[in-house]
Structure formats: structure tokens, C-alpha cells
Design a protein around this ligand. Structure first.
Ligand code: PDD
Length: 282
């Protein structure tokens, strides 16, 4: 069952008017929350980011934090499977087509939940291939907007090159990947680009940072150059649907040096163990 504007229904019955600004302009924001054993992971972080995204594009939040929590709990309960990816989006609503905000539109709220498709054990063990590109998206990548054309084209570029993701650089510095954040390991230190308008403040990234700190792994947030990415000991992707996943080939070149070149590294094993423990403790 999916949720649309206050009602529960089978997805086949959920439809929206063609003048919804989500359809016409991509004028909306969204969230994806992973759920393990029917328990949402880092829900408060996702709800706080939703609030920030709505505020950034001046859509009045249609629900209180408590109401959002209740909706997420209800959609989880309504699915017949335990591990879920809860997707929800809010658009500015239905109005005659005009770029400027309509005066009285009511936000559209849509929510669905699918089986959580995390990568297989083999994928975690082998790592994944990524390609790179210049980040040509807009300058508000901190808003989790449904206007995803830039990301769609980047992800398609990866797919056409038998890669999972496209890692992006803006002005020679790492931003993020098509649908994930990117972490770098060099000389035993985990590096992440500083938060700002050039990348999404990832909730899984937040979790990875907290877990790394709790495990005593050194971590620095600072600008990271393209050369540092290409010379990294380890590269990781993070996202709600991928957890933390090692990149083992970048533009066809094995990631890392020596024995672990082209294979997940020792720091990955530590963050992965911490992540698994956090999931088990939910
Ligand atoms: N994508 N950066 C981008 C551009 C993303 O689209 C995502 C997530 C992330 C990671 O954020 P988080 O850890 O909060 O999932 C970073 C989601 C999963 C998606 O669009 O399906």
C-alpha cells in the first residue's frame, strides 16, 4: 500500500493531476529511509533533512515531525517484508503552469515502500567500479530535490560504462557521486569533503562519520582534490540503499596500492563491521 494525500491505496490506484508541479517542474523534495527488521535507520536525520529541504524551497511542511514519524511507522507496518526502502516526496502541489509559486496550492505528499535492495555480499566483498566526470549540476546540491536530471545523466553515464556510479569533481575538487556520497582513505585517515551547497548532507555519511569516530578511526572533513581521489588507498560510497560500499576500480584503474589494490581495504572492513553492529543494535 502507498500513501497519497491522506489516503492509503494500492500503487496502481495512486495518481496525481498532470498539473502537479512535481510533474511539470520537478518542484519538490524527497527522502529515502532504509528500514532493517521494520526499524528505520537514522529516521530523525532524514526528517530533519526533509524539513531543511522544504524550508530551502519555501514549501510549508504539511506535517509535524510527529506526524511524519507516524506515517513512516504506518507504511512500514503495511508492507509484507521486513527490510524496506521508504521513499517519500512532497511537491508544491497542483496549479496552472507558471514558474512563480502559486498562491494557494496544497503540497502533494506521496509515500511508498519497497523491499530494501542493498548490494549482495559478493558486491561488498569485491567492491564496485565507478567512473568520473565534471560536476555540472546546479549549486544547491544540498537540497534533496526531485529535480534530478543532473544526477540522472551522471548515473546513466555510469551505467553506459558498466559502472555503478559517477564520482564528480567541481573545479578539481571532489563533490559526491550520482546518488551517493564519497569517502576517501589515505594513510589511515578517512577524508570527507566539507558540508556545504555542493553536495547532499548524506545521512549514511553522517552515520559513517559517527561510527568511525566511535571506533577511534581518524577522520578529517576538508576539501579533497581529484589527484587525492585518484591516489587514494581506499574509496567508499555511502547511501541509504548502498550503506558503505567500497569502490575498487575508478575509470578502469584499480583503487589502492600494493596487496589491496583493486580490492576492499582494511579500513573498509572496520567501518563495515561498525555499520553491521549499528544495524543489529536498532
Ligand atoms: N540517494 N548524494 C546524492 C546525490 C544522493 O542522491 C544520495 C542518496 C546521497 C546519500 O544520501 P543518504 O546517505 O542520505 O541516502 C548523496 C538516494 C538513496 C536516492 O536518491 O535514491
Amino acid at each position: 500500500m502507498v500513501y497519497l494525500n491522506g489516503r492509503w491505496m494500492p500503487i496502481e490506484e495512486a495518481s496525481i493531476p498532470v498539473l502537479d508541479r512535481g510533474f511539470i517542474f520537478g518542484d519538490g523534495v524527497y527522502e529515502v529511509v532504509p528500514v532493517y527488521g521494520r526499524k528505520p535507520f537514522r529516521l530523525e536525520g532524514h526528517l530533519a533533512r526533509l524539513e531543511a529541504s522544504l524550508k530551502a524551497i519555501a514549501i510549508a511542511n504539511p506535517h509535524t515531525r510527529e506526524e511524519w514519524r507516524a506515517l513512516v511507522a504506518e507504511i512500514i507496518a503495511r508492507q509484507p517484508f521486513d527490510n524496506q526502502g521508504v521513499y517519500f516526496q512532497v511537491t508544491r502541489g497542483v496549479a496552472r503552469r507558471d514558474h512563480a509559486f502559486p498562491r494557494n496550492a496544497k503540497p502533494t505528499v506521496f509515500m511508498m515502500s519497497n523491499p530494501l535492495a542493498t548490494p549482495s555480499a559478493e558486491t561488498y566483498a569485491k567492491g564496485v567500479a565507478c567512473v568520473t566526470a565534471v560536476d555540472n549540476r546546479w549549486l544547491r546540491c544540498d537540497i534533496k530535490s526531485t529535480s534530478l536530471l543532473g544526477n540522472v545523466l551522471m548515473r546513466q553515464f555510469a551505467a553506459e560504462h558498466d559502472a555503478l556510479e559517477t564520482v564528480m569533481f567541481r573545479d578539481g575538487m571532489l563533490t559526491e557521486a550520482s546518488a551517493s556520497n564519497v569517502l576517501v582513505v589515505k594513510d589511515g585517515v578517512i577524508l570527507s569533503p566539507p558540508q556545504g551547497n555542493l553536495m547532499l548532507p548524506g545521512i549514511t555519511l553522517d552515520a559513517a562519520i559517527d561510527l568511525a569516530r566511535a571506533a577511534g578511526l581518524p577522520l578529517t572533513m576538508r576539501p579533497i582534490s581529484e589527484a587525492e581521489v585518484r591516489g587514494a588507498d581506499e574509496l567508499w560510497l555511502s547511501s541509504s540503499t548502498k550503506e558503505v560500499l567500497p569502490i575498487t576500480r575508478l575509470d578502469g584503474v584499480p583503487v589502492g596500492h600494493g596487496e589491496t589494490a583493486g580490492r576492499p581495504g582494511p579500513m573498509f572492513a572496520r567501518i563495515r563491521a561498525a555499520f553491521d553492529a549499528a544495524k543489529a543494535a536498532l
